[in-house]
Write a protein that binds this ligand. Sequence first.
Ligand code: FE
Length: 249
Amino acid sequence: MKYLRTEIIFIFLFTITISFFGLAFAETGDDVSKESESSKGGIMSKVKVESATEYVLPVLPYAQNALEPVISAQTLSFHYGKHHKGYVDNLNKLVAGTEFAGLTLEEIITATAGKADKSAIFNNAAQVWNHTFYWNSLKPKGAGEPPAALKHKIEASFGTVDACKKELAAAATTQFGSGWAWLVLDGDKLKVIKTGNADSPLTQGMKPLLNIDVWEHAYYLDYQNRRVDYVNAVLDKLINWNFAADNLK
Ligand code: FE
């Protein structure tokens, strides 16, 4: 009897002890998950705060090797990963704490265009915009026939799609030094124009439909000085008429 009572007391104490440790472990687990939630929340809210005021390098619309063999993955990794990223990083440093912080790229570009004392901000904002537009102006297995509405518009302005491509090639190859060739909508007509350095049709009241980067960093690793070969290959294999057609809408 005495033995049985001791056993009951032992089981009772054992149960209490287990329950206590069980609760303690549960508490600890809860604390850990609360802590990780709160640090996750902390990081998340930091990211949110930063992304509200900082410009972010947009994700490439394809893999870095997707434009091969016309544009190599090596060119893409430098052009996107170093040059485009560099413009984003510079812009963030330049606008921090200024009246331009938090504005859209288009707002910065139009507000700083032609102002000598704001040229660094203009150049970096425009180059961020121009490059994002350029990645979308290309696509793997691009070129071919433009969508019907765009084709109609191209034929009305240039006669044929080939004539439009020839104008784009001429603009891209005759741009002296660094710059861009563009297909734009100017009023009711399509036009091909070229701009130097970071300059953009956005500051000339035109609507960009697609662009071709002719800075040497866009082609030098693959084509060295042969800009004409790069431009023709882009127009024959990569140009994204669908993107231009979307911009026309
Ligand atoms: Fe570039």
